[in-house]
Ligand binder design. Structure first.
Ligand code: GTP
Length: 641
């Protein structure tokens, strides 16, 4: 592939709320520039099926069909999934331009990944569905792009839809982001209307990357992947200088030295080039053996020519944790493998890095050996869980999600991510000074008639600092005004069913987004459930004291409903510290399942015994109480809390 000087290069991203049509627009741009063929192949369906989970949730990491297709093609053909960036060539003003589309995950859980990708861009298309208008995530991604100083090209899409209201939405973009309506492009990515103008705007409005080919090499690593044969492949954006095969480079972060074995760009698959120059975004392969050597946000320089490193990033931290256990403890190794495979797939489909899901072994007296997984957010966890359950047919139990708490003692601070580790704060000898929980700054956008409902929902989830303002005045008779409601919420309150309730109580109209709001002191306690006097560690919860009686009562009722009767009476209790705060009693039942069957019914008797054996196999024995797998599912199902 020919070399492109800096001034004809444009590095951009598409930022949008989920489902606003990012993938469709990317497909159109790739088609218009001849990067891919216009006609989709029958393969697409196959690929879509493979990515069922992400499809169902309506999220993809990038230009859907193209990306997915290439990801899978690349996996099988080249054993390489370096596809978070695509290059297109476009003729404008009599010159060929190289347009690099850099993929972003575009979801609130992955804010860090979004800024990581945007760091390699000079501009972004802010894509807004003209029938839906500005949504919560449009706002958060806009701010990230703005903070990074990117040129933003506002684009209203889906104008072919009868429900689209481009004029009204343009006014909304103006009032929300201060965008001049004359700068807004009106397109339909589906029919292709106006998409040419998008290519023109990318060339005309986004500045070329700056950089000097004669300065010392400075290459910024914004992503990395592992290739079985070539080791770590890094995606880099060249800030200054030039990089080519045979060059000896070093990492600013680890000081380790490497020799470049290959450089190239994605067009759309890997195309080796003789060099990468300032402004170019491409891949480099060097003799980097371990993923642990690759640090996202690292800067490479030529050996012997030190440069100031680019500002790096704070990698994202796991914010939601859950335990995963095999129903049959012999399956632990199999489960661990499934988890690793699921992690691999999620990483590609959501454009995440290797370390996006943290895994630690965990053992529970109730559930045996398992893993404690850490996720970036609830969506991340849900997608992962669904993939484990669906695609790997994993016979697993997943515990209720929890968030990391800060326990401040007189002499130290400890972070805990498992309720079983939570200290008994009512015990005066435990020396806990304060307990803090993570909070988020949440924003919800809804039509005004749902405001009351949304406020109630927020208050029921311990919201503070509630505020609201209007985004527009609902200029047409059929469209009501939309408002943005902001508040702080404890993260633990949104990891269960908050999102589902938000959707159902707003008839699907509310959009929700949040950002990290730090830690806040809170009056929390550990709630333990006892079956026949024995605590079940896997069921332990952390509750706000104001809700402990309500939560305790609800859970013992739920346990009472799902635990089958045993041969003896079983008290089911909820305790906080030493205090029992709720109780139900499960009455005893008869033992012999065949007792009612008299002589001559040998086959029936055997069948009953077989059935009993089968259901015993699926039981978890908690102390002396048998709990069927289904009961655990029911108890731990977050949706029915
Ligand atoms: N009518 C119409 N539909 C469109 C247009 N652009 C996208 N769509 C449809 O909108 C839906 C979402 O489009 P996608 O391109 O998958 O959206 P996305 O933003 O990539 O979604 P995620 O990657 O899952 O976040 C699909 O059903 C598209 O067919 C458009 O211009 N007009």
């Amino acid at each position: 592939m020919e070399e492109f000087p800096c001034e004809v290069i444009r590095n951009f991203s598409i930022i949008a709320h989920i489902d606003h049509g990012k993938s469709t627009l990317a497909d159109r741009l790739l088609e218009l520039t001849g990067t891919i063929e216009t006609k989709s192949t029958g393969l697409n369906q196959q690929v879509l099926d493979k990515l069922k989970v992400e499809r169902e949730r309506g999220i993809t990491g990038g230009p859907s069909i193209v990306m997915d297709l290439l990801r899978f093609a690349a996996q099988s053909v080249f054993q390489n999934d370096l596809l978070t960036k695509l290059s297109m060539i476009h003729m404008a003003h009599g010159k060929q331009h190289l347009l690099n589309l850099i993929d972003t995950p575009g979801h609130v859980d992955f804010a860090w990944e979004v800024s990581r990708s945007l760091a390699a861009c000079q501009g972004a298309l802010l894509l807004v569905d003209a029938s839906q208008g500005v949504q919560a995530q449009s706002i958060s991604v806009f701010h990230i792009a703005k903070e990074r100083g990117l040129k933003i090209i506002p684009v209203l899409t889906k104008i072919d839809l009868p429900a689209s209201q481009p004029e009204r939405m343009a006014a909304q973009l103006q009032s929300t982001f201060g965008i001049d309506p004359s700068e807004i492009l009106h397109i339909s990515a589906k029919t292709g209307q106006g998409v040419e103008a998008v290519l023109r705007a990318i060339v005309d409005r986004i500045p070329p990357p700056s950089g000097n080919i004669n300065s010392p090499l400075k290459a910024f690593m914004f992503d990395s992947l592992y290739d079985r044969y070539r080791g770590v492949i890094s995606l880099v954006s060249i800030q200054d200088g030039i990089i080519q095969k045979g060059d000896k480079i070093a990492s600013c972060h680890t000081r380790k030295k490497y020799e470049i074995t290959e450089v190239g760009v994605m067009h759309p698959e890997e195309v080796p080039t003789s060099s990468l120059q300032p402004g170019q975004v491409g891949y480099i392969a060097c003799n980097m053996k371990e993923s642990s050597e690759a640090h996202i946000g690292d800067t490479f320089h030529r050996v012997g020519a030190l440069v100031d490193p680019m500002p790096g990033f704070q990698p994202s931290k796991a914010m939601v944790y859950a335990g995963v256990f095999p129903v049959d403890s012999n399956d632990f190794i199999k489960l661990e493998e499934s988890i690793k495979r699921a992690r691999f797939h999620i990483r590609f489909s959501l454009t995440l890095t290797d370390r996006s899901v943290t895994i630690q072994r965990e053992s529970s007296t109730a559930l045996g050996q398992g893993c404690r997984l850490g996720f970036l957010g609830t969506l991340h966890m849900d997608v992962f869980r669904q993939r484990l359950e669906d695609e790997y047919d994993a016979n697993i139990i997943i515990t209720a999600p929890t968030v990391p708490y800060k326990i401040i003692y007189k002499d130290k601070t400890v972070m805990i991510s498992n309720p079983t580790e939570f200290p008994d704060t009512s015990d005066t000898s435990c020396r806990v000074k304060q307990v803090q929980e993570p909070v988020v700054n949440a924003s919800i956008i809804v039509p005004e008639e749902y405001m009351g409902e949304m406020m109630n929902l927020c208050f029921a989830h311990r919201a503070e600092n509630l505020d609201h303002r209007y985004l527009d005045s609902g200029s047409t008779s059929e469209a009501s005004a939309r408002a943005i409601l902001t508040c702080t919420l404890p993260l633990s309150e949104i990891v269960t069913d908050f999102f589902d309730q938000l959707k159902s109580r707003s008839s699907g109209y509310a959009s929700f987004d949040y950002e990290d709001g730090g830690y806040k002191a809170s009056d929390l306690a550990k709630m333990v459930f006892l079956l026949n006097g024995k605590p079940v560690d896997a069921l332990a919860l952390i509750v706000h004291r104001s809700a402990q009686h309500e939560v305790g009562k609800k859970w013992v009722k739920k346990l009472h409903k799902v635990i089958p009767r045993q041969l003896f009476e079983v008290p089911i209790q909820a305790a906080v510290g030493k205090k029992i705060i709720a109780r139900e009693t499960l009455s005893a039942m008869r033992a012999d399942v065949t007792a009612g069957l008299y002589g001559g019914h040998y086959e029936r008797k055997m069948k009953h015994l077989e059935n009993q054996k089968e259901s015993k196999r699926k039981m978890k024995r908690i102390g002396s109480v048998d709990l069927p797998q289904d009961a655990f599912f029911d108890i731990l199902s977050t949706k029915s809390n």
